[in-house]
Design a protein around this ligand. Sequence first.
Ligand SMILES: [Zn+2]
Length: 231
Amino acid sequence: MLEIISQHFEKFSTMSEASRIAVLEIAEREGIDMKKIIVATSFCFDELNHHQAKMNLHSPQGTFIMGGLAGYPFVGNIGLTAFADHVPDGGAALFIFGSHIGISCTGEVGKIKRVGQKRHTNTCGALMMVQNHVLSSEIHEVDAADYSAFQPEFLAIRLLPMADDIRKAEVPILKTTHLVYDEIENEILKLIINNPLLQSEFPVYILGGIVINTDETLPNYFSQKVFRKVH
Ligand SMILES: [Zn+2]
């Protein structure tokens, strides 16, 4: 499995390991107890990204969920303000986020075999549908009356300027996964930087990358793109 993943991602570890290293480093740098670090995640709602055994995130306070479709932080500023109010006294906040993609044991990118199914399914299935929409010639607009279409259509509009890059890519869904990651990172940084509560009393860190889902009971891996203190 590791060999198959390394054909598509230069560096990666398990999601659990990446989060453990981040939490330990924050505790050491800031001279605080690990228990005082609160974690917010922005991952796609797919159950694979919230599966305790597959993720095994180091988040002693539990996790605040920011992510909607594809991992985009659809909770927005209101959600972030609520989260900022939950940071333990003398503690720190860590945002863990990213897009996700499946890689099966047979080497298929964008597909995995889930527990209890014989067939392989698209992963991220929602992003695959958004990608098909981006590459279609259908009209792109957000209809305020249609809540069901809001998240996919919004993402499609964000990705539309990159439609040609996606079309030309060797593995389009891998390209789209990287592109949507960039959108997620930019948006989370913007939310943090523009939030007065998060600018004040406690350190804020980000850990971003691509979650790599694998077959059945294998763990999730994480190809880290960023780990740093925002302020
Ligand atoms: Zn997904």
